[in-house]
Write a protein that binds this ligand. Structure first.
Ligand code: MG
Length: 356
C-alpha cells in the first residue's frame, strides 16, 4: 500500500479529476464502452497521456517511422463465458486486435499475446484457447511474435484474461481518421448487427435461452483490403464493438464534430436477433459486434466501395445506412421506420458487462 507521503509525491499537486462526489470506486459500467467509459478516459487518461498520436482518437495509434506509416493497437479480453457459440476468448482476442488495425487502414502483421490465468484453470481449456488463437492468426495471415504468462491466486481472477497488441503497416495513400469525416459522406455498414452480444448473452448460465445465433467474430483485414483497392479515399472506418452501432456513431460524430443521420429501415438485422432483443429488452443498436465495420466514404466513391464489400463473404450484406450532415453537429439522429426522428445517444448504462 502507498503511504500518505508517497501518495502525495506520486500525484504531485494534481487532484483527481473525477470528484469523489461523482464516483469514488470503479463500476462495471466504467468498462462498458458507453458514457461512463468515455468520461473515465477523457478525464483521467487523456489529459495526462496527451500527445498528437493519441489525439487522433482512433482504434490504433498511427505514426511515421522512416517514411513508413505504422499502426499500433492494444486490447484486453475478459469475455464471460470464455467459450461461446461461434467462438471463444482466444479467437476473439486475435480477431479483435486485427480489426482495430484493419479499421485504421493498416495491413496487420504481428501481434502479441499476454495471458493472466487464475490458479486452478484447466490446462485442457487453455490448450483449446491456444489452438483457437493459432487458427485465427493463421486465417488472418498474422504472426504472434511475443507474449507473457502470469498466474494469479485462485479467486483473484476469473479463469483467464488475455491482452493482445498488434502492429501493422498503412499502405501509401491511405488516410483513415475520424477527423476526416465530412458532410455528404455516405455511411456503409458491412452486415447484420448485434450477433456477438446476443450469442454471449445466450451462452450465459443464468440467461440461457434457445437460439442458434452465433458470434460474428471474424478478422476484417481481407475485407478492408478489398475496400481500399476499390478506393483509397475512404475517410473513416470503425468496428462497432462494445456499445454497438449507436455508441460508435456517437464517438465519430463527436470527434469529427459532424451530424449523422441514419435510417432505421436500412440497418440489417436478422429476425432471430430482433426476436431475442425483444425478449431480453435490449436495443440491438447498442449491442456489440465483433466482425462488422462501419465505413464513411465520399459520395462519389460509395458505390465502388459497396460493391467491393458485397463481393467479400464478410461484406455480402453490406448496405448504406445513412450519411454525414452539417446540421446538428455531434448528434446522431435516426429516422425511424414510422417516419419520426429519434436522437440516438451514446450508451449510458451497461447493457451487458464483459461482452469482449
Ligand atoms: Mg475497435
Amino acid at each position: 500500500m502507498m503511504d500518505e507521503e508517497n501518495k502525495i509525491k506520486f500525484s504531485g499537486s494534481l487532484s483527481c479529476p473525477i470528484p469523489k462526489s461523482d464516483y469514488d470506486k470503479i463500476l462495471l459500467t466504467h468498462g462498458g464502452g458507453g458514457t461512463l467509459s468515455h468520461k473515465l478516459i477523457a478525464k483521467l487518461f487523456y489529459p495526462q497521456f496527451a500527445n498528437e498520436i493519441l489525439d487522433q482518437q482512433h482504434d490504433s495509434g498511427v505514426f511515421d517511422v522512416n517514411g513508413v506509416k505504422i499502426a499500433f493497437t492494444t486490447d484486453s479480453y475478459v469475455v464471460q463465458p470464455i467459450f461461446f457459440t461461434g467462438g471463444d476468448i482466444g479467437s476473439l482476442s486475435v480477431n479483435g486486435t486485427i480489426n482495430d488495425l484493419s479499421v485504421a487502414g493498416a495491413k496487420p502483421l504481428f501481434i502479441s499475446a499476454a495471458f493472466i490465468i487464475e490458479e486452478g484453470f484447466e490446462i485442457e481449456e487453455l490448450w483449446e484457447i491456444v489452438l483457437s488463437m493459432q487458427k485465427a492468426a493463421k486465417e488472418a495471415g498474422v504472426k504472434i511474435i511475443t507474449g507473457d504468462t502470469k498466474v494469479v491466486d485462485r479467486g483473484k481472477g476469473d479463469k483467464i484474461f488475455i491482452n493482445t497488441s498488434g502492429i501493422g503497416i498503412v499502405p501509401e495513400g491511405v488516410n483513415i481518421s475520424p477527423k476526416n469525416c465530412k458532410p455528404g459522406d455516405v455511411i456503409i455498414l458491412s452486415g447484420k448487427i448485434a450477433e456477438h452480444g446476443v450469442a454471449i448473452m445466450s451462452s450465459r448460465e443464468n440467461l440461457e435461452f434457445e437460439t442458434t445465433i452465433k458470434s460474428d467474430t471474424a478478422p476484417l483485414n481481407s475485407l478492408v483490403e478489398k475496400m481500399l483497392n476499390a478506393s483509397k479515399e475512404i475517410h473513416m472506418m470503425r468496428d462497432p464493438t462494445r456499445g454497438g452501432v449507436a455508441s460508435t456513431l456517437n464517438e465519430i460524430a463527436m470527434t469529427a464534430k459532424v451530424g449523422i443521420l441514419i435510417e432505421e429501415e436500412k440497418i440489417p438485422i436478422s429476425e432471430e436477433v430482433k426476436g431475442a432483443c425483444e425478449i431480453l429488452g435490449l436495443d440491438p443498436l447498442y449491442i456489440a459486434n465483433e466482425g462488422k465495420l462501419i465505413a464513411f466514404v465520399p459520395e462519389n466513391k460509395a458505390m465502388e466501395v459497396l460493391e467491393a464489400m458485397r463481393s467479400h463473404p464478410l461484406g455480402k450484406e453490406a448496405c448504406i445506412i445513412g450519411k454525414v450532415t452539417s446540421s446538428d453537429p455531434e448528434t446522431v439522429i435516426m429516422k425511424t421506420s414510422i417516419g419520426s426522428n429519434r436522437i440516438l445517444d451514446m450508451m449510458s448504462g451497461e447493457q451487458l458487462p464483459r461482452i469482449c
